[in-house]
Ligand binder design. Structure first.
Ligand SMILES: [Zn+2]
Length: 167
């Protein structure tokens, strides 16, 4: 993803966080309810999440077998589609890795953007700078502590810290 696009997404997240008054550790299920969505969970072999919008139904579908951290990331991902990809009515994530995929395929590019949105939303830049205020060195202990605090996987936290230049 180009740096300009990343900056656009960071800016969209910043506005979103301010519009909805979100703070670190916010309740993401309550947030999507406020956005008018219900959450449904099912047992799927090849699906982590879906965003379904039709005339009488707005729904985020999760895989009930996923960890709570992964579900949280998936919800952030689907909200990302909602905010970034208004033209997209239906999004299915089949066999999808939630981590950064690079591809020239425009469909996959949207997946990458939605993942980036989720990372920016759940591990917001300002919150992390605050958390790491007087931290001199970041080790694995710091990463797992932050991952618990932000309710994300350690892998997601490590990627985010690295993309912000902390590690
Ligand atoms: Zn997606």
């Amino acid at each position: 993803m180009k740096i300009e696009r990343k900056n656009q997404i960071e800016a969209a997240v910043k506005k979103f966080i301010s519009d909805f008054n979100l703070e670190k550790g916010f309740n993401i299920r309550k947030l999507v309810k406020n956005l008018g969505f219900d959450i449904a969970e099912g047992n799927y072999s090849d699906l982590s999440g879906a965003l379904i919008i039709d005339e009488d139904k707005k729904l985020i579908v999760l895989n009930q077998t996923d960890s709570s951290e992964r579900k949280r990331f998936t919800i952030g991902h689907e909200v990302g589609h909602l905010i970034l990809h208004e033209d997209m009515n239906l999004s299915l994530r089949k066999n999808e890795s939630i981590y950064f995929r690079s591809s020239n395929n425009p469909g996959l590019e949207k997946e990458y953007e939605a993942n980036y949105f989720a990372a920016c939303l759940l591990m917001n830049r300002e919150w992390l700078f605050e958390s790491l205020n007087d931290q001199i060195s970041i080790n694995e202990g710091t990463i797992s502590k932050l991952a618990r605090e932000y309710e994300v996987s350690e892998q997601a936290m490590a990627i985010r810290l690295s993309s912000l230049g902390f590690v």
